[in-house]
Design a protein around this ligand. Structure first.
Ligand SMILES: [Zn+2]
Length: 303
């Protein structure tokens, strides 16, 4: 899974950095967590595909949504032939329609606005599931948990040792069906598959205060992408505006057992002083911490 920080500025774009957008490429899907103003241009700048399959919107503020109409229009002008899924809080579907149609028109390719709730998977494929959790920021604001499906690998040596040559029976075993060898012995899938290997988990908080709910959602995350707007000197401001400090983000990372922490949604006032955010977070969370700026990437590999 490849992850790119496309927009990392909190609230407002600056001359260098765009507003919220995280791009993930996994299993042939290109997905975005939020799509702030100008996201499409930055996707191209940072070699992340703008040919997006799905956009997940954490809440309906401009610094998380304004890039959507431009993305929708550009896809049509580039001859889009596959559908685009846009996931918004269920109370915001009408607003999403109005935003797209008001800024352009409803496109000729298939764009589906899905209203999501916290009670059911937002998107589910064979390879991964995305679900939402509530955050105490504004009305109908959320974060997202992306969990890869656990996998069992097929071990060909074991199959051969049991008397099976490569062929259609390998595929049947991989699909969970028992098969018979030439001498009539039954081979069960469990005889030739590895122990389940845990899928990777990426958690994107959206804008939030550090709460027990966020800690719970982030449990054992491979990568926690946290909206950490302020340094400790502005802790009162973080509290009064519903945001978090870098140290608060780090506390969530530590309490949730996350492996890595990306600090994003950084206040324009801290531009050029990202080191302070990292230092304050590192004092609380001993694992890998990065205050990411636009264009930062990482590859997450399965253990
Ligand atoms: Zn925001």
């Amino acid at each position: 899974m490849h992850v790119t920080a496309v927009g990392t500025s909190g609230g407002l774009p600056t001359s260098r950095y765009g507003t919220s957008c995280i791009h993930l490429q996994l299993f042939g899907d290109e997905i975005l967590f939020d799509c702030g103003e100008g996201s499409r241009q930055r996707l191209m700048r940072y070699d992340a595909s703008p040919n997006v399959d799905a956009v997940f919107v954490s809440h309906f503020y401009a610094d998380h949504t304004l890039g959507i109409p431009g993305l929708v229009q550009a896809l049509e002008m580039n001859g889009r032939d596959k559908p685009l899924d846009i996931y918004v809080p269920e109370q915001r579907t009408r607003r999403a329609h109005e935003m797209i149609e008001g800024a352009y028109r409803w496109p000729s390719y298939t764009v589906t606005v899905h209203g999501y709730s916290e009670n059911e998977p937002v998107r589910q494929t064979d390879d991964y599931t995305v679900r939402a959790f509530g955050t105490p920021y504004t009305d109908h604001s959320h974060g997202f948990v992306l969990q890869e499906t656990d996998r069992r690998e097929f071990i060909a040596e074991k199959a051969r040792a049991l008397g099976l040559d490569p062929g259609p029976k390998y595929g049947m075993l991989q699909n969970g069906q028992p098969v018979e060898t030439d001498d009539g012995t039954t081979v069960e899938p469990g005889d030739v598959l590895s122990e389940p290997r845990s899928g990777r988990k990426v958690v994107y908080t959206g804008d939030t205060r550090p709460t027990a709910g966020v800690v719970d959602a982030a449990s054992d995350a491979s990568l926690l992408i946290y909206s950490a707007m302020f340094t400790e000197e502005h802790a009162h401001r973080a509290r009064s505006t519903g945001h978090s400090t870098a140290a608060e983000a780090a506390r969530v990372a530590a309490e949730s057992g996350s492996e890595r922490l990306w600090l994003t949604h950084i206040s324009p006032r801290h531009e050029g002083d990202e080191q302070t955010l990292e230092t304050q977070a590192t004092a609380v969370f001993e694992n890998d911490v990065t205050a990411v700026r636009d264009g930062a990437t990482t590859q997450l590999t399965r253990e």
